[in-house]
Design a protein around this ligand. Structure first.
Ligand SMILES: Cc1cc2nc3c(=O)[nH]c(=O)nc-3n(C[C@H](O)[C@H](O)[C@H](O)COP(=O)(O)O)c2cc1C
Length: 170
């Protein structure tokens, strides 16, 4: 798909059919995350793919925002392998993991797979229920699947501020 089409076509899908994401499409999505830039190329992300009913039920116990997606990707990062920027106000973990997640979000659209970025959950509870290593911080969930019949973008998808509200030329 043309990049402009990918950006234009992506929307947050909030109702999925039961159809599973094909392995080659999932692989393309995961590889798009693998190729994301990270500070100092640390690649501190850790991606978990959840497809079993048992583990999907654990996700459902912590958030209403799976919306029936048959695949959920958990994006985490290794807190012990981040780069702290000069001034020591910020380190790279959250933004690196977020870039990885954004690559996967757009790659999903490119594969004609529907998706939704989800942060409406307690990341510490999620890490605990999934028994993730202590050194990992969870930053988001990415629902993946195919829209159920009749599912469409929410109305706010079509409401974007004009550039003049968010861009300043200095
Ligand atoms: C950082 C972030 C967190 C989000 N968390 C949730 C969430 O927990 N649940 C949900 O249903 N949608 C979530 N969304 C989707 C947004 O609500 C959605 O992107 C926004 O309303 C614009 O709609 P669109 O993605 O269809 O263009 C999240 C999106 C972002 C970028």
């Amino acid at each position: 798909m043309d990049f402009k089409e990918v950006v234009k076509n992506r929307y947050s899908c909030k109702k999925y059919s039961g159809r599973q994401v094909e392995f080659d499409k999932l692989d393309a999505i995961l590889n798009a995350g693998r190729l994301a830039p990270t500070a100092k190329n640390l690649q501190e992300q850790h991606i978990y793919v959840i497809q079993s009913n048992e583990t999907l039920a654990k996700i459902d116990s912590l958030t209403p925002c799976r919306y029936g997606a048959p695949t959920v990707i958990v994006v985490a990062y290794n807190k012990e392998n981040v780069y702290t920027y000069p001034g020591e106000k910020y380190s790279s973990g959250i933004e690196d993991a977020t870039i990885v997640a954004t690559h996967m979000l757009l790659a999903a659209t490119n594969e004609n797979v529907d998706s939704c970025w989800v942060n409406f959950f307690d990341p510490d509870k999620l890490a605990k229920i999934l028994e993730l290593p202590q050194n990992e911080e969870v930053i988001m969930l990415l629902d993946l699947g195919y829209a159920a019949e009749g599912a469409c973008p929410l109305s706010n998808h079509f409401s974007r501020k004009p550039l003049i509200d968010t861009v300043t030329y200095l």
